[in-house]
Ligand binder design. Structure first.
Ligand SMILES: NC(=O)c1ccc[n+]([C@@H]2O[C@H](COP(=O)([O-])OP(=O)(O)OC[C@H]3O[C@@H](n4cnc5c(N)ncnc54)[C@H](O)[C@@H]3O)[C@@H](O)[C@H]2O)c1
Length: 254
């Protein structure tokens, strides 16, 4: 028998940054659980809808949208609600991870990191929460990062943005708790994705990171899907405002 929390039939789930990496794994897991899945990304990719329907999605839709664009996010919400009538699950997953020391961060770069990593989360929440409120049901998961709690150099803008994600999560959890909407965060550790492979092409950083973890193997997006599945389930109705640190138990610096 399928565990109750793995049944998402009848639910509509929207995932930002769904073209690859962690977002794609989340989209595929929700499809396998029977949800109707809306994948959103600024990349143009082929075959998303067919692949997700083959996995078991009730329906699937891919929208090419830059989620930092306020008007585009509003239009996306109108389109999704017109076509599917509801949005039960919102996963804010887009992220941008430049690495540069403080003195080299331009104001434009700082603002871009904030726009992608935090502002877009605000825009999607504002656009989809009214529909969740009218159904008295919603599950929002915001992707932060375990770097917020580590000693790590060269990511001041990124880490500041991921701290803001945790603050936004707690603030919205408080504001929306009475409306049947939970808001939680997942803070992954270093995880093998196209993004991190481009940052660490020789792969050594994954093994180094694994050695600092209680579970001594590199993380893949598949290690994160179980937490996402639970947080977006009916079973998680009393869990809100929390951040799950999913880094294999990294308890010391590298
Ligand atoms: N991979 C890791 O080690 C790791 C660790 C901690 C946190 N995270 C966080 O997890 C999330 C996913 O990470 P990932 O490694 O899978 O990243 P990724 O770069 O592989 O995928 C991110 C996706 O977001 C899309 N995207 C970026 N900006 C966008 C925009 N403005 N509008 C629409 N789409 C946009 C990209 O096209 C891409 O498909 C990010 O928020 C990241 O900060 C990742």
């Amino acid at each position: 028998m399928t565990p109750l929390h793995c049944n998402k039939q009848g639910k509509v789930a929207l995932i930002t940054g769904a073209a690859q990496g962690i977002g794609r794994a989340f989209a595929e897991r929700l499809a396998a659980e029977g949800a109707t899945v809306v994948g959103v990304d600024r990349q143009d990719i082929q075959g998303f809808e067919t692949a997700l329907k083959d996995l078991g999605a009730g329906d699937a839709h891919y929208a090419r949208v830059d989620v930092t664009d306020e008007a585009a996010v509003e239009a996306l919400a109108a389109q999704v609600l017109d076509r599917f009538g509801r949005c039960d699950i919102l996963i804010n997953n887009v992220g941008f991870t430049p690495r540069e020391p403080l003195e080299q961060i331009t104001l434009a770069q700082w603002r871009l990191v904030m726009a992608v990593n935090v502002e877009s989360f605000f825009l999607t929440c504002r656009a989809f929460v009214p529909a969740m409120k009218s159904n008295a049901y919603g599950r929002i998961v915001n992707i932060s990062s375990d770097t917020v709690g580590l000693v790590i150099d060269g990511f001041a803008h990124y880490i500041a943005s991921k701290g803001a994600v945790i603050g936004l999560t707690r603030a919205l959890a408080s504001e929306l708790g009475e409306c049947g909407i939970t808001v939680n965060s997942i803070a992954p550790g270093l995880t093998k994705t196209p993004n991190t492979f481009s940052m660490f092409p020789d792969g050594k950083m994954f093994d180094l990171s694994a050695q600092a973890q209680a579970i001594k193997r590199p993380s893949t997006p598949g290690d994160l899907v179980g937490a996402m599945s639970f947080l977006t389930s009916d079973d998680a109705a009393f869990l809100t405002g929390q951040t799950l640190i999913m880094n294999g138990g990294q308890l010391r610096a590298l």
